[in-house]
Design a binder for this molecule. Structure first.
Ligand code: UD1
Ligand code: CA
Length: 432
């Protein structure tokens, strides 16, 4: 696969139609931002550099992007004010220099394009010998996209924006996705010559296409087979559509690695979750980014695993259990109605129904440790920090006070919980 030299991501637009006030490209989508998905698309092409054009909320966007994987290869260019997609590229001219090699342009709001489609784009551009290639689609709803005007012989002539189109042009089904690969030398030659004499008084990047054609350069338009890839996020409705597609892709990757997902349509697993083979994820479970789950585990139905949850092999988290920032050792279980927050559980610990790790005192979070083989009885409240020793037991409804240290093998019951003195050191009553 030929590698592009530069990928430019346009992300300066305001995203007013989102109605959220926040920069659109930072909208969360299956565990990371819209822009993080697009940066991933860019890095997947293995370019020498990635330029992100920022404008609205520039500081916030740059700050967020500093935390992305591959952030060291990202350069930022500011576009103020935002005078159109052509203007966005004009702002990159100093960064691009006179011959930037092959330049791919992506939009910060199109998270669904696949690696395969982008590779096809780069290959098609290489075959034009100094021209350009672009992605198009024929969706049922053109959504205000620019239309692709072709000559009678099928060659691309130009792109016309919906707001500038004649009724005949509006009837064209093929739309421009705004994703291109250019011979950089040609791009930088034409950019300064764009005019804003159009309905939106903007500098249109699309006009570079007509200019290349007029200059006898070839422009190849590739129609996407699956127009779901073409979803651009302009509203929260589009964000939900994109979410559904990306969620399905994430779940399919897990299934193909041997994770049993009983009902993908009600299972929410963010990007950036690790799940081992033979683990079952049952319906209506929510697993957030950063969670790590071993092999042969069981999660759900109706489980909520939040950031920092780690389940080792054979662990189980059942219905209406929330786990946050906690470690389950091998074969440890919390099967029903529990909150496990900021806790470290050893091997084969049993957390009874209704157990609450009261980790927050209103100001600070504290951790609890429950050692191997301990049995935390139903309805126990552990007011953190608490240490439960190896093989220790708490009785049903016990409230274990802050700072308690239950020695190995002891049984504590009651409110506040105290050591159960067994008559003559006999066995723990079965009722507990
Ligand atoms: C553009 C295309 C249109 C195509 C559509 C696909 C032009 C002139 N038109 O439409 O043919 O069908 O995309 O989505 O290019 N942006 C900037 N700076 C700007 C303007 C936009 O960075 O000054 C960024 C936005 O953040 C966004 C992307 O460019 O990521 C597209 O902007 P948007 O306004 O949605 O596209 P249109 O210009 O309407
Ligand atoms: Ca626009």
């Amino acid at each position: 696969m030929p590698r592009p030299d530069t990928v430019v991501i346009l992300a300066a637009g305001q995203g007013t139609r989102m109605k959220t006030g926040a920069p659109k490209v930072l909208a969360p989508l299956v565990g990371r931002s819209l822009l993080a998905w697009v940066v991933d698309q860019a890095l997947g092409l293995e370019p020498k550099r990635v330029i992100v054009v920022v404008g609205h909320g520039a500081d916030e966007v740059q700050q967020a992007a500093a935390g992305f994987e591959g952030a060291d290869r990202i350069r930022f260019v500011r576009q103020e004010p935002q005078n159109g997609t052509g203007h966005a590229l004009q702002c990159c001219l100093p960064e691009l220099g006179p011959d930037p090699g092959v330049v791919v342009v992506l939009y910060g709001d199109m998270p669904l394009l696949t690696r395969a489609s982008l590779e096809r784009l780069v290959e098609a551009q290489a075959a034009t010998g100094g021209g350009a290639a672009m992605l198009t689609a024929k969706p049922a709803d053109p959504r205000g996209f620019g239309r692709v005007v072709r000559r009678a012989d099928g060659a691309v002539l130009r792109i016309v924006e919906q707001k500038d189109a004649t009724p005949d042009e509006l009837a064209v089904r093929e739309v421009n996705l705004g994703v291109y690969a250019f011979a950089g030398r040609e791009l930088v030659r034409h950019l300064p010559l764009l005019s804003n004499d159009n309905a939106q008084k903007e500098y249109y990047l699309t006009d570079v296409v007509a200019r290349l054609v007029a200059d006898s350069k070839r422009v190849e338009a590739l129609v996407l087979d699956d127009d779901r890839e073409a979803i651009g996020v302009n509203t929260l409705v589009h964000l939900a559509e994109a979410r559904a597609v990306l969620q399905r892709r994430v779940l399919e990757e897990h299934m193909l690695r041997g994770v049993w997902i009983e009902d993908p349509s009600t299972t929410y697993v963010d990007w950036g979750v690790k799940i081992g083979a033979r683990t079952h994820v049952l319906p209506c479970s929510v697993i957030r980014s950063g969670v790590v789950i071993g092999e042969d585990c069981e999660v759900g139905p109706f489980a909520h695993l939040r950031g920092g949850a780690v389940l080792e092999d054979g662990a189980a988290v059942g219905n209406f259990v929330e786990v946050k920032n906690s470690h389950f050792g091998p074969r440890s279980k919390a099967k029903h109605l529990a909150y496990v927050g900021d806790a470290d559980l050893g091997v084969k610990v049993n957390i009874g129904a209704g157990t609450v790790f009261a980790n927050y005192d209103g100001k600070h979070k504290h951790r609890c440790v429950v050692e191997d083989g301990a049995f935390v009885g139903s309805g126990t409240v552990l007011v953190a920090p608490v240490h439960v020793g190896r093989g220790a037991t708490t009785g049903a409804g016990a409230v274990v006070k802050r700072g308690s240290d239950i020695p190995a093998g002891e049984t504590w019951i009651g409110v506040p919980a105290k050591k159960l003195e067994k008559p003559n050191g006999g066995p723990t009553p079965a009722a507990l």
